[in-house]
Design a protein around this ligand. Structure first.
Ligand code: RB5
Length: 147
């Protein structure tokens, strides 16, 4: 995902708190993602926000996105329903490394209730600073994108 120029971020209520941490951290790097909601801890439905994030990235308006729900599972499933989206739920820096290197994940999903803020930032940094390897992996991501 290296050198993403424009990022968006979305969450449900269960991901809202971690989203604030991520937005705060990114602002310390001078990166200001567009927040596509939700905007409080009032209960909402994660499919809506996964879809929003997926469609925003697929439209080309954003280079990549970050999607957060309680576990990261539901919102990643929703984002992956959008054609062209390769959303990776990562629970470790190693997963984030390969999500970038091999899958060229254009959305990183995180779990607000399952991943600590410190670990989430490590995961985010790894994803942002790891380059796609291309080559045989490009052939495979092309296959994904054709689905
Ligand atoms: C909301 O309670 C929770 O189900 C949601 O945030 C997420 O974990 C779903 O996968």
């Amino acid at each position: 995902m290296q050198e993403a120029k424009k990022l968006c971020i979305a969450s449900d209520h269960a991901g809202w708190q971690l989203k604030q941490v991520v937005i705060g951290y990114l602002s310390s790097l001078d990166i200001y993602p567009d927040d596509l909601g939700c905007y409080s801890e009032e209960s909402v439905d994660y499919p809506e926000f996964g879809k929003k994030c997926g469609e925003a990235v697929a439209s080309g308006k954003y280079d990549a996105g970050i999607a957060i729900c309680g576990t990261g599972i539901g919102i990643s499933i929703a984002a992956n329903k959008v054609k062209g989206i390769r959303c990776a739920l990562c629970t470790s820096p190693e997963m984030a490394e390969f999500a970038a290197k091999h899958n060229n994940a254009n959305i990183l999903a995180l779990g607000g209730r399952t991943t600590s803020p410190e670990l989430a930032i490590e995961i985010l940094n790894t994803w942002m600073n790891t380059e796609f390897e291309g080559g045989r992996h490009k052939r495979r991501t092309d296959m994904l994108d054709a689905m």
